[in-house]
Design a protein around this ligand. Sequence first.
Ligand code: NAD
Length: 389
Amino acid sequence: MKRKVRMGMVGGGPGAFIGNVHRMASRLDGKIELVAGAFDIDPVKSKQTGEELCLDSSRVYSTYKEMIANESALSADKRIDFVAVTTPNNWHFPIAKDFLEAGFNVMCEKPMTMTLDEALELQKIVEKSGKVFGLMHNYVGYPMVKLAKDMVKNGELGKLRKVVSIYPQGWLARPIEKTGQQQAAWRTDPKQSGAGGCVGDIGSHAENLAEYITGLKITELCADLTSFIEGRPLDDDCNCLVRFEDGVKGVIYASQISVGEENGLSIWVYGTDAGIEWHQEHPNQLLYKPIDGPVQILSRGNGYIGTKSPAAVRGSRIPAGHPEAFLEAFANHYSNFADTILLKEEGREVDPIIGDFPQVHDGVRGMAFIETVVASSRAGSVWTKMPKV
Ligand code: NAD
């Protein structure tokens, strides 16, 4: 790897949440440098963020279209290598499409698009472009999640039977969107969020985590969506029974009205020989529960992790007992994404451990999940097959 990968950003203006997380995480390993951006829907605020970040003002843009035009005109050793799309959901598809078609790699926030049709179209565009496309399902960037996946793959749980994947939050228990709270306002608006509210925003993380760790696809589901806040047009609570391939059964639920819960993403996977359990709020530990022995607490950064999961080792930076968490999980995806861009540029093979970050197909699965949940619930909570995508 002979050079830094040059990043541009769309979104992440003043008061925004996730854009700044991308900025912090992308520079954690020194592989990526932010050089350009169209940071806000308001051009004045975009300039403000550019100034705060001490960027060259000629590369702080009023719109993402202006960014594509100007960056494309720069020489290959100056222009951005990729764009990070950190806007609300309704902008993901047009921005990702335009940058890919202009020859740029893309790192996109989830959910990938507004509809499954758009997701399938984007998949075709990514394939045609030959560019690298990353999707920020950050929770599969945690080392102990990678360990869990490898333990399942290595047969340490026996034959899988049951998966429970949950994501409770409580921050939308009151109608804070009516107070103008920025993140709540667009998340509860179908025109900006899509057909799913809570299920799209965080249910898709629970789905992605379950499919990543088990390596199994959800085949059908039975869902019950509720909007507990009067007048809120999208669900704020999602309860879902799921069936996976190979006869595995499970439960996925997500909620934004579970008062007192913060970011309680957790997963339990049970096989014939053992169970495992992981909690996002305590991400450095994975519980391993063998059928004939005591519960074991596997802890990130220890040597014994390496014998089970090289991917978990690659995703750790500091010794055991010094916690790593949210930012590092984002950074793991960025590190793999940046290495993949450079390897492809050099015409070299991408090792599967480096290629281990969510990509366009994960986005297609996520959109299929959201649409199937909404369809099942609207039909009166009936078992509904997932599209074969
Ligand atoms: P936010 O409202 O805090 O920020 C959105 C930013 O995008 C704002 O600065 C806004 O001005 C800007 N923007 C909107 N349209 C734009 C456009 N056309 N051009 C340029 N800038 C534009 O939203 P957020 O909470 O940061 O969420 C943004 C995205 O990130 C959403 O898709 C959300 O689902 C996702 N997200 C993911 C995670 C995660 O854990 N992976 C967490 C939070 C949010």
